[in-house]
Ligand binder design. Structure first.
Ligand SMILES: [Zn+2]
Length: 256
């Protein structure tokens, strides 16, 4: 793990956590509508953890269709990817579970946090992360969360990695550790403006596994899924090296 990754793992979540605490303890109204009292409504939320848990009111919570239908993507396995030239893994279906559709205030919060680094949007995204159920049978001893890695160029330009920060909250929510052994090697062509087929072809060889995870349940995580090409490519990369891994994918929102 290099110095930047270490900073992201410890210092940056601490910085963002201050923003979360500010909202939790100082703001008494809903982060979305700014009218309904969030504190009074919190006790009505079925998934509340504590008095100061929720950031949004019940009405705003209920306006989102949480946990939309699971997306399924076929992950094929290429011979060319395998160092031995033999296919040991079988094609499989990757299930992608989103917390919410990419609409309404979820979409606005993702754009604000991801592209404008507005910390105020983070509590909404953390609320969305808390709607993702921990996959059945997964726990800290048999599973890891694998955040979609960003390119080092993008990290240099943006100065921070939104998915890494969000995965920290997913890790806290599920009590499952983060695995940082997947990296991105291709930084040439942006995925924007490509159709589904072109995206998949462009990104299939964009990831590599630096170390093999010690567990078999691998929970991929990304902020937004549009076509699913990125998560499918990561699953394909991993399964070539770890043919017996059980991989599923999770994201905050799905859609365009
Ligand atoms: Zn509200």
């Amino acid at each position: 793990m290099n110095v930047t990754q270490q900073i992201l793992q410890y210092a940056v979540p601490a910085f963002y956590q201050l923003g979360i605490w500010r909202v939790q303890y100082l703001q008494s109204v809903c982060c979305i509508c700014h009218t309904n009292p969030a504190v009074l409504q919190k006790e009505c939320l079925s998934n509340k953890r504590s008095f100061f848990w929720s950031f949004i009111c019940q009405d705003c919570h209920d306006s989102i269709n949480w946990q939309p239908e699971v997306l399924q993507h076929l992950v094929s396995v290429d011979k060319a990817n395998n160092p031995q030239g033999e296919v040991t893994a079988c094609p499989f279906t990757l299930d992608i579970q989103a917390a919410a559709p990419h609409t309404s205030y979820i979409r606005s919060a993702i754009i604000a946090f991801k592209y404008k680094e507005q910390v105020d949007a983070l509590p909404v995204l953390v609320h969305a992360i808390h709607q993702l159920p921990r996959p059945h049978g997964c726990h800290a001893l048999n599973s890891v969360i694998i955040p979609t890695p960003t390119t080092s160029n993008r990290l240099m330009t943006r100065g921070y990695d939104p998915v890494s920060i969000l995965s920290y909250y997913l890790s806290k929510h599920w009590q499952i550790p983060i695995f940082k052994g997947v990296s991105r090697i291709d930084d040439v062509v942006s995925q924007q403006g490509l159709d589904r087929h072109e995206r998949q072809a462009n990104i299939n060889h964009a990831f590599k596994l630096d170390t093999t995870p010690a567990v078999k349940r691998l929970l991929l995580f990304d902020d937004v899924v549009t076509t699913g090409a990125t998560l499918t490519a990561i699953a394909k990369t991993i399964t070539t090296v770890c043919p017996d891994a059980k991989i599923s994918a999770h994201c905050i929102s799905h859609g365009k």
